[in-house]
Design a protein around this ligand. Structure first.
Ligand code: GDD
Ligand code: MN
Length: 395
């Protein structure tokens, strides 16, 4: 890797803390690069010290030379232009990674070199990061106010499909994880090992950077006017490879960092295990009451079974399924009331079935129980998750 341009160390020493690095990967962008560099320079507030890192993969159309010329002739003291020239085309993500690794800025902005990403959005993105609680700001096509211009239907569809795959498969909540236009605090990727396969660097950062807070700001993606897209079938193939690797990465993580889908299923599993155990408690207690107190009305015995099992189910679900160790009286009572309320339809069914089938009690009891449980099983997990234990449904 060859570093060309103004000697970098020297330049950086003049600025004690570089606030901003802009990483610009280019391959055959000779028609865009000079204008883009100027446009970025114009758009940054005059007092911002910043560097632009162009990462060029030996573009046959001479993009690298143009960028170097521009760097030499640039009279802007506050804006340092650096060109990393790599010997051959190694892919977009890998170019971004090279740029990010050489970036000195506290904040790093990544954008395409073909004017699809409007430089005018950069100050807004940086503002959102500075002094805010966010670690990544994604310029987003898919939040309110964002859009895409000039893409054919097929490309729009591909983008939406790829987005859905990332959201469902990797449990990502960001609306536009495919964005190539984003800003982040450099420290969030310290120590992270990247694969940098294919095009989608942001996706890998979202999966691998720990505990980051993400903000999306709208922008309009405009299809390039000059030059050609480098997206081809091998880029699409690389996308699937990258998602698969990230999926495996997610699975290899520890308990606390599991994806939402995995956590959801494991909680549902615990909830229904407890439900099945509750069925036994329900039945055992009712039978016990019936035999201990022979004169007791059979519906009272059934009710005792219900009260016992609902109570033990509540305690077990609080402790095990929802890992809630807070037993403060008022909160617990409230939860217990809700939990019982959600169990009530099942209980009513159980009791009324018993009543209507009175006489063939011995056969009907287990059937009534199972029916009651089926009714309870349909919605109770979600109702209790959301309302009793105040969790998001999908987590
Ligand atoms: N150094 C280097 N090496 N740069 C590359 C390479 C490479 O192998 N491949 C592409 N680039 C550069 C291009 O020159 C351009 O500046 C930028 O990466 C994006 O490439 P395009 O070919 O213009 O991509 P696109 O417009 O089809 O796709 C863009 O779509 C996304 C939105 O879904 C991606 O580039 C994303 O960045 C963007 O968010
Ligand atoms: Mn493009």
């Amino acid at each position: 890797m060859e570093h060309v341009g103004v000697p970098r160390q020297e330049e950086l020493l003049k600025i004690d803390k570089m606030p901003l690095s802009i990483v610009l990967p280019t391959y055959n962008e000779s028609q865009n690069i000079a204008r883009l560099l100027d446009s970025i320079a114009e758009t940054l507030p005059a007092d911002t010290a910043a560097e632009i890192i162009v990462v060029d993969d030996n573009s046959p159309d001479g993009t690298g030379d143009i960028a170097n010329q521009h760097a030499k002739n640039s009279g802007n003291k506050k804006l340092h232009i650096e060109v990393i020239s790599r010997p051959d085309k190694q892919g977009l993500s890998s170019a971004i990674l090279a740029g990010v690794q050489s970036a000195a800025g506290e904040i790093v902005v990544v954008m395409d070199g073909d004017f699809s990403h409007p430089p005018q959005t950069i100050p807004h993105m940086v503002e959102e990061l500075q002094d805010s609680k966010y670690d990544i700001v994604v310029a987003s096509r898919y939040v309110k106010g964002g859009s895409v211009m000039g893409w054919p239907f097929k490309r729009r569809l591909m983008s939406k499909g790829a987005t859905k795959i990332a959201q469902v498969g990797l449990g990502i909540e960001v609306k536009d994880p495919m964005s190539g236009f984003f800003a982040f605090r450099r420290r969030i990727i310290e120590g992270v090992k990247f694969d940098a396969i294919g095009y989608k660097m942001l996706l890998e950062i979202l999966v691998k950077a720990k505990g980051v807070r993400v903000k999306e700001v709208p922008y309009t993606f405009t299809n390039r006017a000059a030059g050609a897209s480098k997206l081809n079938s091998s880029v699409v193939f690389d996308y699937f490879r990258a998602v698969w690797k990230l999926y495996r990465y997610g699975r290899s993580l520890g308990q606390g960092e599991k994806r939402a889908s995995v956590r959801f299923l494991s909680k549902a599993g615990r909830f229904y295990t407890i439900g099945a155990m509750g069925l036994l408690v329900n039945y055992a207690v009712a039978t016990l009451f019936g035999s201990l107190l022979p004169g007791l009305w059979y519906l009272y015995a059934a009710l005792a079974g219900i009260i016992f099992s609902v109570t033990s189910n509540f305690i077990l679900n609080k402790l095990w399924t929802f890992e809630d160790r807070d037993f403060a009286a008022s909160k617990t009572l409230m939860q217990y009331t809700l939990f019982t309320g959600f169990s009530a339809p099942g209980a009513v069914i159980q009791l009324s079935m018993l009543y209507s089938l009175h006489g063939s009690q011995l056969i009907s009891y287990p059937i009534a129980l199972i029916l009651a449980v089926m009714v309870a099983a349909v919605g109770n997990f979600l109702l209790n998750k959301k309302w009793t234990f105040r969790e998001k449904i999908w987590s």
